[in-house]
Write a protein of this length. Structure first.
Length: 454
């Protein structure tokens, strides 16, 4: 079902004649070729002579840019699409998502995550940061590995919380020990394509001893921390009630979590006082515009966050709260929403593209690995066709063309670590027919185990 493409060394490919959006510091746009060799970008721009044995791929008339980075996804929720509609955050979790996640096992999580990974690749995403699940975490990590995506991922950690199902309410020391065991097997695999991240879900589902254990584990093993925070007003109000008046940033500061590398998803409620406490070299935010709109959470102030020196990424979140894992949709929405919040001159198409490329890599601690078309970087590459009329514009900034007009329908080729995983819009290593059948069976199994309230 899964081919051995991901297990084979990357070959040598010459991409000929594209329009190169490098997303480097100068946002250089060039015409020319890209040589991919040994999983790395060897030469960028100009006319390159093909090495002996290289495959030559004609990308004339196409955009070539870094593969897209989604800094916050829930691949373990993919098969729950459409099953948690018309709810705000806390009822959405308590009435639907937590009971459904409690029904997972390794088999169902594997097929669920593989479906999500396929969706990501087919829409141009090459790197994800996944928040994980509890039961079934090993199956989810196996699927991410076999998908070929570059990923930071880990088990989702929870040990307390109102309406939390028994299967998700894990004993603190046991779940911390399990995450270390999973991480030691996952972190650094395939030449560093895979990295482990500590994933406490959010303050409302993690006890003080859990946060202490996460901080100590991060200190000992150097793994970053990824959590939800400041997503919705009701959530922050509940945190204040639980933590003696402290909100998320105040709690993280007082417990030492802010001293570690911390990436928060959402940050809709971030204010200037919060930003004065954080250090942008360690702290980052992942913006999830579709999810924030669908759950009624609000619009994060990306202009203010970035002005404080905090890097921002972008993510689709999960299929039950955005209904789509398409990074190009999130890029467009991110730009449009900042125009509404801060004015049309506040946020450009280039700004929006950076959230899913160079700045998104910085937000995940991957700035030296991916996010730009730069010689020596990992060969994570997206080729977008310009066959459709909405992408024909030549007179303006081409970053605007991609940010506002390109779509998943334009995805032609996707490379991760130099491996050609999507060719002419088709996955080369995953069988979508089999994934669809097995994911449907997985959902039936989860629904049979889940205890959904009426």
């Amino acid at each position: 079902m899964v081919s051995d493409v991901v297990n084979r060394p990357a070959g040598t490919t010459l991409l000929k004649g594209g329009t190169l959006l490098t997303l480097d510091a100068e946002a250089a746009v060039r015409s020319g070729d890209v040589l991919v060799e040994g999983g790395r970008l060897r030469t960028i721009g100009g006319e390159i002579e093909a090495p002996e044995g290289a495959r030559i791929l004609d990308v004339s008339g196409c955009f070539v840019l870094p593969g897209l980075i989604q800094g916050h996804v829930h691949l373990g929720q993919t098969i729950f699409r459409g099953l948690a509609e018309r709810r705000r955050l806390l009822p959405w979790l308590q009435e639907r998502i937590w009971p459904l996640e409690a029904g997972h096992d390794d088999e169902s999580a594997y097929w669920c995550a593989l479906q999500g990974a396929a969706e990501c690749l087919l829409s141009g995403t090459t790197t994800i940061q996944d928040i994980g699940i509890g039961p079934g975490a090993a199956g989810l990590l196996r699927a991410i590995d076999e998908s070929g995506l570059r990923a930071l991922a880990g088990k989702c950690l929870m040990d307390t919380g109102d309406a939390l199902p028994d299967r998700l309410r894990e004993e603190t020391d046991a779940t911390l020990a399990e995450t270390v065991s999973l991480g030691e097997a996952f972190h650094g695999r395939d030449g560093g394509r895979l990295g482990y991240v500590l994933n406490p879900r959010f303050i409302l589902s993690c006890s003080d001893p859990m946060w202490q254990g996460i901080r100590e584990t991060s200190d000992r093993l150097g793994w970053p921390i990824h959590t939800h925070a400041l997503e919705q007003k009701e959530e922050t109000e509940a945190v204040r009630q639980m933590k003696a008046g402290r909100d998320e940033v105040e709690y993280f500061d007082e417990t030492g979590i802010l001293d570690r590398r911390l990436c928060i998803a959402h940050g809709v409620q971030l204010e200037s006082g919060h930003l004065e406490r954080v250090d942008g070299s360690r702290f980052s935010v992942v913006h999830c515009p579709s999810s924030n709109l669908k759950l009624g959470s609000g619009i994060a102030d990306l202009v203010g966050i970035r002005s404080a020196g905090v890097p921002v990424g972008v993510g689709a979140d999960g299929a039950p709260c955005s209904n789509d894992l398409d990074a190009l949709t999130e890029i467009r929405l991110a730009a449009l929403l900042q125009h509404l919040r801060n004015g049309p001159g506040s946020f450009s198409g280039l700004d929006a593209l950076r959230l899913a490329t160079s700045e998104g890599a910085q937000a995940l601690g991957l700035a030296g690995t991916s996010g730009t078309l730069t010689e020596g970087m990992a060969a994570d590459v997206l080729v977008l066709s310009r066959d459709r009329p909405e992408t024909w514009g030549e007179r303006g900034d081409l970053h605007d063309v991609v940010a506002y007009s390109s779509s998943r329908a334009d995805v032609r080729h996707v490379f991760v670590a130099g491996r050609h995983l999507v060719e002419e819009g088709r996955l080369q290593h995953l069988d979508l027919v089999e994934i669809r059948r097995r994911a449907a069976e997985a959902l039936d199994a989860v629904l049979g185990r889940a205890e959904l309230p009426a």
